[in-house]
Design a protein around this ligand. Structure first.
Ligand SMILES: [Fe+2]
Length: 420
């Protein structure tokens, strides 16, 4: 499967030790050291397919250069783990925090996001040296942290690892966007293939109605936005077993889906007009039919595969066209926990009709790390599941991804719901 080509992690492997662990302090250090090395190596493995020139380019404001991703995740460990917890740590380069802070206002001023692609220096080798410097310091901290401070240090380390995994996914989505702007149709990995889909009957399946607990259950890691766990009322409804396919999307196109304003939200129709959307992101019409950019380059659109690179606006319009709906994030989570849907994870993220809002009683933490999720809880929509670019072990049934409604450079797809 393609996942194994991209990720050395066994599917579903957790990053660190279980939260309630009977491991000795030395065993715990060894587990974190191993997790740290594996996550750091995965970033480099993904970047290794790319030239120095590839790693500089920023194809739009929303996407970042590979070199920036490699440095930013390193800055995260330097800023939030090393500086507060290792008094002997020396900042690698005093100019780097300005360049590689993303959006943490409390952590200081930062370079403008849309201009990340203008930074040719530090060059890639400088970033490699930065990574090595921070790697050595983090490994030293893991090995020497006092028992009294170990739990705190490992909790920040764990956030840093999950953060780096998020950027591993972005590294792929961002370089695919860059390659899609290149008339030579560059190939990221010639051996890349779509992950295998679960087989099974088509159609819709009941979601258990009633009051259900949703959100993270406290077992293992979660981001703060997955909490507090709380009750949601699930109505009588059904959810599609499978993701919407390219074949179904072609019907939408051929039926005039992109030229029928009655199918679209007003904001969505404005984007269709402004961007001249006539198909999902990266689709190109050629004499022999539709093609799409993939990590293996330009390929014919396979009607049996799930549609990918669609925005919330497109997902919503398609659902209306199909006489269906998008599930809410709670409905999706209850269905996934009940194990009634195929390909919940590892193929495409699935847009929900839920706005990205705080769960009841949520409060972001104090300080810069409190900026991680909470301050983005307006104007975006929630996606559930995970995608083919998500590092194995990073996905969770309570995971809440979120993007703005017009965004379609992620590996985002559609699962439908019906209420009658
Ligand atoms: Fe980040």
């Amino acid at each position: 499967m393609a996942r194994t080509a991209i990720s050395p992690f066994p599917h579903g492997a957790a990053i660190g030790p279980a939260p309630v662990s009977n491991k000795s302090p030395d065993e715990t250090r060894a587990v974190w050291l191993d997790a740290f090395r594996r996550v750091r190596a995965e970033t480099e493995a993904r970047a290794s397919h790319l030239s120095a020139e590839d790693q500089i380019v920023q194809s739009m404001a929303d996407a970042s250069p590979t070199k920036w991703h490699r440095a930013h995740v390193t800055w995260f460990f330097e800023q939030f783990l090393l500086v507060p917890n290792d008094s002997s740590y020396k900042i690698f380069d005093e100019r780097f925090p300005f360049l590689f802070n993303s959006y943490y206002v409390a952590a200081g001023p930062r370079h403008a996001r849309p201009q990340r692609g203008l930074i040719t220096r530090p060059n890639g080798e400088d970033v490699t040296a930065y990574r090595a410097h921070v790697d050595a310091a983090v490994e030293r901290l893991i090995e020497t942290v006092s028992p009294a401070n170990a739990a705190h240090v490992f909790s920040i380390l764990e956030i840093g690892l999950h953060h780096e995994q998020q950027h591993q996914e972005l590294l792929l989505t961002d370089i695919l966007h860059a390659f899609a702007q290149n008339p030579t149709d560059p190939v990221y990995d010639a051996s890349w293939q779509w992950p295998r889909l679960r087989q099974g009957p088509p159609g819709f399946v009941d979601v258990p109605a009633g009051i259900h607990s949703v959100g993270h259950d406290g077992q293992g890691y979660s981001f703060d936005n997955e909490t507090p766990r709380h009750d949601e009322l699930i109505p009588k409804m059904r959810i599609a077993r499978h993701l919407v396919s390219n074949a179904e999307w072609l019907q939408f196109i051929e039926a005039g889906g992109y030229t029928s304003p009655s199918l679209w939200l007003s904001d969505g129709w404005a984007v269709v007009q402004a961007e001249n959307w006539r198909a999902p992101g990266y689709w190109r019409r050629k004499d022999d039919g539709w093609h799409t950019m993939t990590l293996a380059g330009l390929q014919p659109v396979d009607p049996d595969l799930p549609v990918c690179h669609v925005s919330y606006y497109e997902a919503d319009a398609f659902a209306r066209f199909a006489g269906k709906h998008l599930p809410s994030e709670a409905e999706w989570e209850v269905a996934a926990r009940a194990n009634v849907i195929a390909d919940a994870f590892g193929i495409t993220w699935q847009w929900t009709r839920s706005a990205y809002l705080s769960y009841p009683g949520y409060r972001a933490a104090e300080g810069a790390l409190g900026e991680y999720n909470g301050k983005f809880m307006v104007s975006q929509m929630v996606l559930r599941g995970s995608s083919l670019a998500t590092p194995a072990g990073h996905e969770r049934v309570s995971y809440r991804n979120f993007f703005y409604p017009p965004s379609r450079w992620q590996f985002s797809g559609v699962r439908l719901a019906e209420f009658n």
